[in-house]
Ligand binder design. Structure first.
Ligand SMILES: Nc1ncnc2c1ncn2[C@@H]1O[C@H](COP(=O)(O)OP(=O)(O)OP(=O)(O)O)[C@@H](O)[C@H]1O
Ligand SMILES: [Mg+2]
Length: 346
């Protein structure tokens, strides 16, 4: 449905997006995931038609919507896209129903059709009772529901979201994640969802594009990002908690303990928290750690300690005794090894 070929966007000499290529099928829920400044919003704005690529092509189905080099771009209104931002941007002088109806008026739908669609959209988001209130008279969570209703009322083929939940509190975020997935499933539209929150990505996505410095680090299914991260960046970014990236030098853990399983490599070894055993015994695979913090999680504890100055996190079934000696025992083999540039080599 959406297919990008070497999409690049430069602002002067700066590359906001560099040679991004991917395609997702109709009905996919694609998440663009990455840290601040990596080019997520720029990507989304190009999909919406608010920005033009400097080079590269973009198709929605068989339709060429943008060709950077040729200077061709379909205007936003002709793309069949709907957009929701972090800030809800509702018209303060229009009621909830009026806000949802607005894009339908712009599209010149008949009054009867508009009424139907506004009702449908309000029902889908459970906000019928707010129809006659003004944005200033409803909560932030309700405002975001109105923004979603306004986006789906024109029945877009492609739904675009730029961090739509980041202004909501934690409980509302979870609730709205569920609402969003419901809307997505009910409409059958293709969704592109921008976030820097890897939990949102892992729970909602059918496909994830992990971005870093304007490039795609990995384009994959969510579970593959955990099982087969293609770079140190991905390994250190996704997962709850993210994987430990333990420095290795010429086949030595922390540059100190030689291990044939590291095969002489230098860079970082990936070890998940659940692979590290917490002990108080020194043995050949255990490293002394200085306790940094203990966080309860789902009946277990995430125990973080410093080993040779590096933060390492392990999972424990028991709370650790703060006064006892703490050692982390490493597993036999790391799950992956990355070179000093972050590229996966094992
Ligand atoms: N209009 C612009 N002019 C110049 N530089 C820009 C412009 N828009 C974005 N950039 C730059 O492009 C890069 C990517 O910005 P973008 O807004 O896409 O990042 P982002 O991933 O959405 O970040 P965040 O998570 O903070 O919203 C940044 O370095 C940014 O400063
Ligand atoms: Mg952004």
């Amino acid at each position: 449905m959406i297919s990008l070929d070497k999409i690049t966007k430069t602002f002067g000499a700066a590359h906001a997006v560099s040679e991004v290529s991917f395609s997702v099928p109709e009905g996919a829920f694609l998440v663009l995931l990455g840290p601040s400044g990596c080019g997520k919003s720029t990507m989304l704005r190009m999909l919406a038609g608010l920005d033009q690529p400097t080079s590269g092509t973009m198709h929605f189905g068989d339709t060429l919507v943008a060709d950077g080099a040729a200077g061709l771009a379909l205007p936003p209104a002709n793309r069949g896209t709907g957009l929701v931002f972090q800030s809800y941007a509702l018209w303060p002088h229009m009621t909830v129903a009026g806000n949802i109806e607005w894009p339908l008026k712009v599209a010149k739908l008949s009054a009867a059709e508009r009424k139907n669609r506004v009702l449908d959209a309000m029902r889908m988001l459970g906000i019928e009772m707010l129809a006659n209130r003004y944005p200033g008279e409803i909560s932030g969570g309700q405002q975001q529901r109105v923004a979603l209703a306004r986006m789906i009322a024109p029945r877009p083929k492609v739904m675009l979201f730029d961090e739509p939940l980041s202004n909501l509190d934690a409980t509302l975020r979870v609730e709205m994640r569920f609402e969003l997935l419901k809307v997505h499933a009910a409409t059958g539209a293709t969704a592109v969802y921008v976030t820097h929150d890897q939990v949102e990505a892992m729970t909602m996505a059918t496909h994830v594009a992990v971005m870093n410095k304007g490039r795609i680090e990995q384009f994959d299914a969510p579970d593959r990002l955990l099982s087969e991260p293609s770079s140190a960046f991905v390994a250190g970014f996704v997962g709850t908690p993210p994987a430990n990236l333990i420095p290795i030098e010429e086949g030595k853990w922390f540059g100190t303990m030689a291990d044939p399983l590291l095969r002489g490599h230098s860079g970082h070894a990936m070890v998940r928290a659940e692979q590290i055993e917490i002990t108080s015994n020194d043995d050949v695979r255990a490293f002394d750690a200085v306790l940094a913090e203990v966080a309860p999680m789902a009946g277990r504890y995430l125990v973080t300690g410093l080993v040779h100055g590096h933060r390492i996190t392990a999972v424990s079934n028991h709370a650790v005794n703060r006064s006892a000696k703490l050692c982390f025992r490493l597993p036999g083999a790391p799950s992956a090894i990355f070179d000093n540039e972050g590229k996966r080599i094992l």
